[in-house]
Design a protein around this ligand. Structure first.
Ligand code: FES
Ligand SMILES: [Fe+2]
Length: 452
């Protein structure tokens, strides 16, 4: 559990709050690059860290991200005309360039002189990894761009989409380093794994079975009680230059040694699981819209081009990514309709009654004593050790920030090239397997960095 004060410290990202200022020392995704279709495209509303903004591409293709409200009398620039290298408020015609300079005040004779005094809040943007990123802190603290490897690869090496979640960023992120939930939430009742072909899975045949009236709820035989041996396999936590490493190592019954290393990088860059599949890595980024909502950027990336058929699967099969309400980033199955939970499926087939992997998690996240979890009510156990470790690291950073000490992690861009690593060895020790997995996770395989 946390005290009320610490919970507030970790979860409040509004401008001026200590965590709000921590977030404002990092580059964070603002939107998908594809949302701004080209020069002079229609402006979009974007809310980030509680701030109402508009985004657009100017005539030269440069991205603008600025205060939504015109400094004249507060009209919304979402309705503005994106014309000739700037956005013009349609109320009285004031115009602004992507850097926030007022370049025209046509509705008053003193406009030409007065415009020099007018600036609208505008944040620097950079396009990388199919995303538009922004930095919302003081200009003098602007760090270099983090060296995520997937930002330096061609577009066909990744698939990314986004959708809205209606909860605070922290409770959503905490699901990514929670080894206790997989054997329950993501499990079918006979103990078999859920597989990507879930929706056609032969195991799913029971899910449409007619429910005899009053048939008792069958007991799940798969998920079993966790033991001390399971606990050993959960692993341990180590510090890294950008956050933490979750390190696992062990020995299987046949004597094979295995190890895996997954990084969590401040403030919102966990690597979920080890790998999403053979040669495929997963990255989950949850950017706070405000304290009660976030935009979930869900990505698969690879050092090789991802086959088109695989991308098509991500887009259409409803297992890896939820189906969205057309024209929105809102999943069809969402908190307002209980994710359309299938109670028959839950009774006879799987734990959750849901057939979309991320929605299984999200259904547990969006309402934890509400959209902003009251962590004073928690009762944590040994299986929550990673969650505790991340909170401690975040608390250290946010307390420092409250006392005026800036975080160092944004100034270590090379420490953001970390990804997951995995080693399996038939010979040698567990420690050697761990060392191999760690070396793999920390090795930068793709050269390059994004200029800002
Ligand atoms: S409110 Fe925008 S120009 Fe007047
Ligand atoms: Fe999960």
């Amino acid at each position: 559990m946390l005290t009320k004060e610490d919970n507030e410290l970790l979860t409040n990202v509004e401008k001026g709050s200590p965590m709000g200022e921590v977030f404002r020392r990092f580059w964070i995704p603002a939107l998908l690059a594809s949302e701004l279709s080209g020069p002079d495209c229609a402006p979009l509303e974007v809310t980030l860290l509680g701030e109402s903004l508009v985004a657009f591409r100017d005539t030269d293709g440069k991205v603008g991200l600025m205060d939504k409200y015109c400094p004249h009398r507060g009209a919304s620039l979402f309705f503005g005309r994106n014309e000739e290298c700037g956005i013009r408020c349609v109320y009285h015609g004031w115009k602004f360039d992507v850097d926030g300079n007022c370049v025209d005040i046509p509705n008053a004779p003193e406009g030409d002189a007065f415009k020099e005094k007018i600036h609208i809040k505008a944040y620097p943007c950079v396009e990388a990894g199919s995303l538009i990123w922004t930095y919302m802190g003081p200009a003098e603290s602007k760090p270099p761009f983090p060296e995520f490897e997937w930002c330096n690869m061609p577009e066909d090496h990744r698939y990314v989409n986004k959708f809205i979640m209606e909860c605070n960023y922290l409770q959503a992120m905490e699901g990514d380093y929670d080894p206790g939930h997989g054997p329950f939430l993501h499990t079918v009742l006979d103990g078999g794994p859920q597989v990507p072909q879930f929706n056609n899975n032969i195991q799913a045949q029971n899910r449409n079975r007619p429910t005899p009236e009053n048939e008792p709820f069958p007991k799940a035989v798969g998920p079993r009680r966790q033991t001390e041996t399971d606990k050993e396999n959960w692993g341990r936590v180590e510090n890294s230059d950008s956050g933490l490493l979750f390190v696992r190592g062990g020995e299987r019954a046949d004597g094979t040694k295995f190890a895996s290393v997954s990084p969590w990088m401040l403030p919102i860059f966990p690597v979920a699981g080890t790998t999403a599949g053979p040669n495929t890595y997963s990255t989950n980024i949850r950017v706070p819209i405000d304290n009660h909502r976030l935009m979930f950027y869900r990505m698969r990336w690879s050092y090789e081009p991802i086959p088109k058929s695989e991308i098509e699967t991500y887009k259409t099969d409803g297992w890896y990514f939820p189906e969205m309400i057309p024209g929105t980033f809102q999943p069809v199955k969402n908190v307002h309709n209980h994710y359309q939970i299938d109670r028959n499926m839950q009774k006879y087939f799987n734990y959750s009654g849901l057939s979309c992997f991320p929605l299984q998690d999200i259904s547990m996240m969006e309402d934890q004593w509400g959209s902003l979890a009251d962590r004073t009510q928690e009762h944590l156990t040994s299986s929550d050790f990673m969650i505790i470790a991340v909170r401690r690291r975040l608390l250290k950073v946010v307390r420092n920030m409250a006392e005026g000490t800036e975080p160092e992690e944004p100034w270590r861009p090379e420490a953001y090239a970390y990804h997951s690593g995995r080693a399996i060895k038939t010979e040698g020790t567990i420690d050697e397997a761990v060392a191999e997995a760690k070396a793999m996770a920390l090795k930068k395989n793709i050269a390059g960095s994004v200029a800002v």
